[in-house]
Design a protein around this ligand. Sequence first.
Ligand code: SF4
Ligand code: SF4
Length: 346
Amino acid sequence: MRLSSRKLLGLMKRSLTPNNPYHAQWLLTRRCNYRCKGCTVWRESQNQKELSTEEIKNGLDILEKLGVVEIVLSGGNPLIRDDIAEIIDYASQRFITTVYDNGSMAVKKIDALRNADFVAISLDTLNEEKNDYIKGVSGSWKKAMEAIEILQKEGINVGVSPTISQLNLDEIIDFTKYFIYNGIPVWYCLYWYDYPSGNRLFQIGKKQTEFEITDRKTMVKVCDALIEMKKKRNGIFITNKTLEALKQFFLNGQRTWKCKALRSFLMVDHLGNVAGCHLQEPVASIFDLPDVWNSHRLKNLREKFSQCNQCAYLCYIFYSLHSNVLSNLEILQDQWKNAKSLMSRA
Ligand code: SF4
Ligand code: SF4
């Protein structure tokens, strides 16, 4: 973890300033070398234009001014970019920076990843055959497991990121135990899919019936079990508030959160277009921020999004639940044991 005093002070100041968009995801590229079943990204043209290194750095400066605290660099596979080392280096001097990899490129780009605060390797199950089926690439499980082991040995804050779906729901607790007992934190995604829409920022999730969580009771038990495990063990990177919200959602369809898209979080695509979430149409170019952020147009959109219930992507639920100064402190309180162990390694 990279913690200079400039970064620490900046993070504290921005976390304690009300009404900032604390969370940003930057989908740096649409290119990807995997063929995941529940994903639409690889099904589209891979020869798309992207921002230059300097444009991305400029955009990161703008996000800092806007008050962003933590950023997720994803794609496609962000490690495909030749300049990823420079981008991670620049981002991690300003934000808590997480970089996603499907497990195929982290070892090759290990030096670039040394500056990231967290590296999330997506892996869905301990069952090799099933994982390869989900990823659409034979050998993906082995590569991901090797990457996790090598990054951990190299002292990089690597974690594993399963997408919880009907296909692995029964295994999530054993999966979590396996990794946290081996000192590897786990942070979760939840299977969801994009609804049909004409003009969105980005298409990611594909409807895939076998992935849809139909066993709601087991999902609730998983949430309860994770809450219990968190009392005794480090390494489970999901807040109780999020787990409780998920429980209610799966028990009775109740949303205990209001979406905070374009309020506490925003998305940026490979061309620098900004939207509240990837399912909404772009509202500005990143280079129009921060001026446009307080416009009436965006204020009206925030109101509209707060009524939206079109998706249940876990990251958006988390960002919506943790959307003000108090809830930033709640994250720290909830994740204090994990934060302490990470800071001791900084
Ligand atoms: S889910 Fe991620 S790793 Fe898999 S194909 Fe889509 S962008 Fe690539
Ligand atoms: S609920 Fe929020 S994150 Fe989901 S589609 Fe609507 S605006 Fe986007």
